[in-house]
Design a protein around this ligand. Structure first.
Ligand code: NI
Length: 227
């Protein structure tokens, strides 16, 4: 009986090892990769993505719209609990290059006020909608402006296998991958993308971690005051 019980415990613990992400899934010396998701949260899609990140013990950065925070605070709290970063994607997805200095600041500040309310702190990175910025935007938005190196065009529904294949193929050291937590095809592709990138040895980092690791020299990031 005792023997059977031990066997049961053994089976239980070995099952647990399979299911729970461990340090072995993180390659400390691997190439760096920052996954980013814009325009959300959309709870159904975002939750699916967070489930995949949690299962594999990896992180991402979510560039959230200030207008989408209210009523979705729990989703944002879960992002942070999983080690993900929340970035500022403006309040209303505005093209910042068409706004006055005052309007530009308001888009950023109103969004950070929502993050303060939901999380207790503002975001420390900004992604300008459409990637549009100019000298005035850089002056009026005193944060690192985060662009991308890989555009997945997943803001429209995509063939899941094709999307997954493209991301895995184009990933390289120091890349910033642009995705959106809006289409269910993106969430479904994550089921294939994350284990494939983990198997390739990538080290998943947040955007701020990537900036720190590259001393601000990341090609997808325009640092405030920089050239
Ligand atoms: Ni966007």
């Amino acid at each position: 009986m005792l023997c059977l019980f031990s066997l049961f415990l053994f089976l239980l613990s070995s099952r647990g090892e399979d299911a729970v992400p461990t340090a072995t899934t993180v390659n400390e010396n691997g190439p760096l990769l920052a996954l980013t998701f814009d325009d959300g949260p959309y709870p159904k899609v975002t939750t699916h993505i967070l489930d995949v990140l949690e299962k594999h013990g990896v992180c991402a950065t979510f560039f959230v719209l200030g207008s989408r925070v209210e009523g979705r605070e729990e989703v944002l709290l879960r992002m942070e609990a999983l080690g993900c970063e929340i970035g500022n994607h403006t309040f209303s997805h505005a093209d910042l290059t068409r706004l006055s200095a005052e309007q530009c600041k308001e888009e950023i500040d109103k969004t950070n006020a929502e993050f303060e309310r939901a999380l207790g702190h503002p975001a420390s990175v900004v992604r300008p909608p459409y990637g549009f910025y100019n000298a005035a935007v850089r002056k009026n938005v005193p944060y690192p402006l985060v662009l991308w190196t890989v555009d997945t065009n997943d803001w429209r529904p995509r063939n899941v296998a094709e999307l997954a294949g493209a991301v895995v193929r184009e990933a390289e050291d120091g890349c910033v991958i642009l995705m959106h937590d809006q289409q269910s095809s993106t969430a479904q592709a994550m089921d294939a993308i994350i284990p494939a990138l983990v198997a390739k040895g990538f080290r998943f980092v947040t955007v701020s971690e990537l900036i720190a690791a590259t001393d601000g020299a990341c090609k997808a990031v325009k640092m405030p005051g920089g050239g």
